[in-house]
Ligand binder design. Structure first.
Ligand code: LLP
Length: 413
């Protein structure tokens, strides 16, 4: 989706510098072609498997992006009432919505039951009791699965690994059978599935097979005890190529890995919950260089991109490639790319060999489509930038930039 044409960076057929000048920076730019290609890779990857692709919309919940994915047939993995609201507005079929998360409130549960979503992925016994109670009050049966923690190591960052014992997520594998038995006796609960999600930015799909083997043993035990499992939710988590050395695997690799275990089931539907792999490399964040400075042994490139625009480097020490919008044969230096926020953790890149950028020059942080704008804040009272969607040579603003007046719009004056 990104290429240099005569040393100018383009997203599809549009020059990034033109967008940066027109819409100002920080600016999030997405490629529609790339978004569609990423989603279609799941569709073709899971072709022939009875499956639903439930986009994990926490990665990027922009309405235009949801609408686009809904049109391609996506369902949604949601984690809040706010996400349910957005998903329904964007036209996602409620019967393709699964609801994950450890802390669903009563209000959110009621909203989801009234919306007739496909299923709740339940994470504790008390949550089960609460859903049963609310469903009873509404005279409904809640379709549920339990998120089971298969205790496998996904070999990813400690903040984004979720399938290991000791994480706050899911039900302990050893406790899963008993909780299913308890659920099967509840009046307003209908057991329909089993769910697991082992982590994020997973570059080797082998742990998915380890998880599948355990989940499959559980399914067999549940079914031989009279419980019918229709849906197997394998979670999300496929990684993308942030750094040159990253070798991500494809949806088809994931399919092969999990179906080597699950293909024996002819009556079940596989649910996949990709987030990052749909939007991550379809988006970039554009900023500009404000100042350069040297402090002792270190060179700093001070830009208007800060941790409030892209928090991933500060939070997970994650790598985002930084590239110029105009390629040149400038001399290079090793430098940190930092923002204006008053924290030492406010950086976009560390110790990178980069051209000695000029003041005012536009730069890009790559792979900012997932968990970029979605995790952005107004910290340090910094209005968030616009989001634009590019298709060929067409450009659509899909969220306007915030103004400084917006910063105080909900405050009582
Ligand atoms: N399903 C569940 C239940 C999840 O908790 C998540 C992500 C996903 C699906 C989607 O995972 P993905 O396909 O995007 O890896 N903010 C972090 C990532 C947090 C992921 C949380 N859960 C980051 O920027 O790396």
């Amino acid at each position: 989706m990104l290429k240099y044409v005569r040393n100018e960076l383009f997203v599809e057929k549009v020059a990034v510098s033109n967008l940066a000048k027109k819409y100002n920076t920080p600016l999030y730019i997405y490629s529609q072609d790339k978004l569609e290609a990423n989603f279609n890779a799941y569709k073709t990857g899971f072709k022939g498997v009875d499956s639903i692709i439930c986009y994990a919309m926490k990665a990027n919940s922009n309405y235009a992006i949801l609408k686009l994915l809904a049109k391609l047939g996506a369902g949604a993995d949601i984690v809040s009432g706010g996400e349910l609201y957005r998903a329904l507005k964007a036209g996602i079929n409620p019967r393709k919505i699964v609801y994950s998360g450890v802390g669903k409130t009563s209000k959110e549960i009621e909203f989801a039951l009234k919306s007739d979503i496909l299923m709740f992925n339940i994470e504790s016994f008390e949550e089960l009791e609460q859903i049963n109670k609310i469903a009873g009050k509404l005279k409904k049966k809640a379709r549920i699965s339990f998120r089971v923690n298969p205790n496998v190591d996904a070999h990813t960052h400690k903040y984004i690994t979720t399938g290991k014992e000791g994480n706050k997520f899911g039900i302990r594998y050893e406790d899963a059978f008993d909780i299913y038995v308890k659920a099967s006796k509840m009046k307003n609960i209908e057991i329909v599935g089993v769910d697991s999600h082992i982590g994020s930015q997973i570059l080797d799909v082998t742990p998915f097979k380890l998880a599948a083997k355990k989940i499959s043993a559980l399914i067999d035990k549940l079914e031989s005890n009279g419980m019918k499992i229709k849906y197997i939710d394998i979670g999300g988590g496929l990684g993308i190529k942030y750094a040159a050395a990253d070798k991500p695997q494809k949806p088809i690799d994931l399919r092969k890995m999990v179906m080597s275990v699950y293909s024996k089931y002819k009556d079940k539907t596989i649910i996949v919950e990709p987030g990052r792999a749909i939007v991550g490399d379809a988006g970039i964040l554009v900023g500009e260089v404000l100042y350069r400075k040297t402090s002792g042994p270190k060179n700093f490139i001070i830009t208007n991109l800060a941790m409030n625009d892209l928090i991933r480097p500060a939070l997970y020490e994650s790598y985002h490639s930084v590239i110029p919008v105009k390629k040149s044969s400038k001399k290079q230096q090793v430098a940190d790319v930092v923002g204006p926020v008053c924290e030492s953790g406010d950086f976009i890149a560390k110790d990178r060999t980069l051209p000695i950028f000029e003041q005012g020059e536009f730069i890009v942080a790559e792979c900012a489509g997932a968990y970029g704008r979605a995790m952005a804040s107004q910290y340090n009272s910094r209005p968030r930038g616009a989001e634009v969607l590019v298709k060929g040579s067409k450009v659509k603003v899909i969220r306007k930039a915030e103004t400084i007046e917006d910063l105080m719009s909900k405050e009582i004056k």
